[in-house]
Design a protein around this ligand. Sequence first.
Ligand code: PBG
Length: 328
Amino acid sequence: MGFPNIRMRRLRSSDSMRRLVRETTLSIDNLVYPLFVRKGKGIKEPIKTLADCFHFSPDSIAREAGEVAELGIPAVLLFGLPDKKDKTGSEAWSEDGAVQSAIRHIKKEVPGLAVITDVCLCAYTDTGHCGVVKNGKVDNDASCELLAKAALSHAQAGADMVAPSDMMDGRVKAIRQCLEKNGFPDVAIMSYSAKFASAFYGPFRDAAESTPDASTGLTDRKTYQMDPANARQALDEIALDIEEGADIVMVKPALSYLDIIYRARQRFDCPIAAYNVSGEYMMVHASAAAGHIDKDAAMMGILTAIKRAGADIIITYFAKELAKKLKG
Ligand code: PBG
């Protein structure tokens, strides 16, 4: 070792040298692209709160899915919007719901693409909560049963993996048992395990029309989503989900929870997904639009950090953009 120590300077001296010693590289293989689907025909409408994202109808989503697959992205994550909301969110398990039809369209036209479905009730209930509200409270156990029904309907339509995002206790077990009992042991579960209550979901809630209704007296999701102050509890949540049968566990949001991703990586050996959520995405977009930052460079910095922290899978609205960039 020379004095002064200039090893780092030598290793950073050119692009090739930097590539040679780079520890973390982003890959298209680990990306999941979220898509929004609603009933109807020929729909492709821009989502106001989510730049470059659209509401699709089941027939038009297959073309988008084809584009995603063409870019080499292995999976999409589907979110549905119902025609009608009700107390229990019954359209969530309707055979001809938007998500269920979209799965069939994608599976028919882009069979190689993995289809993951978000399993939750918040877009489907008239309260906007992720479970059924009874007497001013979310009824955990009743909600688990309904979530399992929704997951089963996705499996029946052909989903490869279901992703419960509701944060009810015991829902992974309920879904696992329901899938097994009905002949779908091969459908995987990616659980939103460490999902924190967060202002960063704001743009998504506009896109999914799932903002909690104040008239329930429950104006936020703090009784079922995690307290941002708790790290050990997040690991506990993840451990429980693995025990209940989750194949992949998720930390969400990603950017303000890199420590959780890192600690989960040290402790667990199953695949870890991180959700680079809507608010994180729009922060970059808005800031770039105002001329404050370079969007591309910010995207690369953020996604690299999420991977470096230990995420195997990154769910991001940047997926297509990143794939194009990585393809050169
Ligand atoms: C539904 C759900 C949410 C997100 C994914 N699934 C919102 C919420 O919990 O209110 C957020 C995704 C994003 O912000 O990009 N429960």
